[in-house]
Design a protein around this ligand. Structure first.
Ligand SMILES: Cc1cc2nc3c(=O)[nH]c(=O)nc-3n(C[C@H](O)[C@H](O)[C@H](O)COP(=O)(O)OP(=O)(O)OC[C@H]3O[C@@H](n4cnc5c(N)ncnc54)[C@H](O)[C@@H]3O)c2cc1C
Length: 449
């Protein structure tokens, strides 16, 4: 098939999660014939919501831009809860509010994964995408390309998109016999989800319009608000140790641990012990890999997208947002190279991979920030100075968090810029500290005289 004839019209997307269903929407809008193979059942089927991962997610600028591009943002707005900043819960019961940014639109939006997924699948179907549920892909032949499902059916296509998540089967098969890099790292901490229900009066038990964080080096909780007034709290703990998941298997110890580390959760989650003991912990993984794509001589190809290409720890709230940005960038590359799929896939990987590699590092770093630094007064002061400088020089000085969450500046550029600012901030802090010390010495000397 010539490159022109291929025109990648026949497309198989593996995985109907967030990246798979959004990329199906983009491709269908470009006129591609798209079939999505998903190992799970239809998320719209009765009972599906309870079976799946129910966690809610923080949608930020990169995800918002992609959803706006495909015309879904307004439809999703009523399902979201705006979060204007973080409420930090300290062990002594004090709450400290830290705004996300200065501008009115510098907020995050909390949304249920299920609601978002269903909206994307509905939209893809409306555009003619065919979904095959309960179809697990078990093999990929990158030379055709073709995928095999667990019923032994072989599906050939011009373009195969591997959107099958962090433990991607497409990635595994793509790499066979290739010099493919694969770096996979599990965090020594895992997570469980707990529901903070609405109060007996039907009202939220705590401030709804914020992300809630209980920082700490022994454990960490992050809670996103839901549209019905409840919040979903994710408890992150070490897997091992007395105060890790391995040691917290008995009701008395669990209660004692929450009472000591996160006292206000006992009021916010009346059945915290029962919920905590109801499910096993889940793990968190970082994946970096290369290449993300392989093409054939006659212009067809396989490409990875979303977590299949770059799974990151959730501590910067960017996994889904980066996956949505992938979909948007892939769409742009296909528009720039409409008759050359290999060029389009190469341009996609070139423009994304260096930046998602940076995101992986930033997400690790934010784990340390949430765990160790958030309670530190010095850290809080530094954050305040950062925001004050942003207020003073809105375009020249932009904090890293703002660049990542509230702009679409590529991750690598955001980090480079933040490092320059950090050096300056360090200099300013050192100068101020030096001046303060000099003043103190002067006063002490004067007293001594
Ligand atoms: C605790 C936690 C909190 C998070 N919070 C946030 C947040 O606030 N903001 C944010 O941006 N991101 C967040 N993330 C990250 C986000 O969940 C992921 O980045 C996002 O789900 C990636 O989407 P995906 O479509 O690439 O993968 P997935 O959502 O994992 O979807 C992959 C799909 O492929 C299917 N599949 C897998 N294997 C096969 C196969 N062999 N054949 C067919 N189908 C298959 C799966 O069933 C699934 O439907 C969080 C993650 C976690 C774990």
């Amino acid at each position: 098939m010539s490159r022109e004839a291929a025109r990648n019209h026949e497309t198989i997307v593996v995985g109907a999660g967030l990246a798979g269903s959004l990329t199906a929407v983009y491709l269908a809008r470009r006129g591609f014939r798209v079939r999505v193979l998903e190992r799970r059942g239809d998320p719209r089927a009765p009972g599906a919501k309870e079976e799946g991962r129910s966690i809610n997610l923080g949608l930020s600028q990169r995800g918002i831009v992609a959803l706006r591009e495909v015309g879904l943002l307004e439809r999703l707005a009523p399902l979201t809860v705006p979060m204007r900043g973080r409420v930090v819960h300290l062990p002594d019961g004090t709450l400290r509010f830290q705004p996300y940014g200065l501008a009115e639109d510098q907020i995050l939006h909390s949304i249920l994964r299920h609601d978002l997924n269903v909206a994307l699948v509905d939209e893809a179907e409306r555009l003619g995408v065919e979904f095959s549920w309960g179809q697990r892909v078990t093999a990929v032949d990158r030379t055709k390309p073709a995928v095999t499902t667990d019923d032994q059916a072989v599906h050939t296509a011009d373009l195969v998109v591997g959107a099958d998540g962090a433990f991607s089967a497409v990635r595994t098969h793509l790499g066979r016999g290739l010099r493919m890099d694969l770096h996979q790292e599990f965090l020594e901490w895992g997570y469980k989800e707990l529901l903070i229900p609405v109060g007996d009066d039907g009202e939220p038990r705590t401030e709804l319009r914020a992300l809630h964080v209980w920082p700490g080096d022994e454990g960490l909780i992050v809670a996103h608000p839901n549209a019905d007034g409840s919040l979903t709290a994710t408890v992150f703990l070490p897997f091992e140790g007395e105060h890790g998941f391995a040691g917290l298997t008995e009701a008395g110890r669990v209660r004692e641990f929450f009472a000591r580390r996160f006292p206000d959760t006992l009021t916010l989650i009346p059945d915290v012990v029962e919920q905590f003991l109801a499910h096993p912990p889940a793990s968190l993984v970082t994946v970096r890999t290369a290449p993300w794509h392989v093409t054939t001589d006659d212009g067809r190809g396989v490409v990875l997208i979303g977590d299949a290409a770059h799974a990151v720890y959730p501590f910067f709230g960017q996994g889904m947002n980066a996956a949505f940005e992938d979909c948007s960038v892939l769409n742009r590359c296909l528009a720039t190279h409409p008759h050359d799929l290999p060029q389009a896939l190469a341009a996609f990987e070139d423009s994304r991979r260096p930046h998602t590699d940076v995101l992986a590092e930033l997400s690790k770093r934010n784990f340390v920030e949430l765990r160790d630094k958030l309670r530190s007064p010095l850290f809080t002061v530094r954050k305040k100075v950062d925001l004050a400088l942003h207020r003073l020089l809105p375009n020249a000085w932009v904090p890293l968090y703002t660049l990542i969450a509230h702009t679409t500046v590529p991750y690598g550029e955001a980090l480079a810029r933040a490092r320059r600012q950090d050096r300056l901030l360090g200099g300013v802090t050192a100068a101020l500290t030096g001046a303060a010390l000099a003043g103190l010495t002067h006063r002490l000397q004067a007293k001594g005289r």
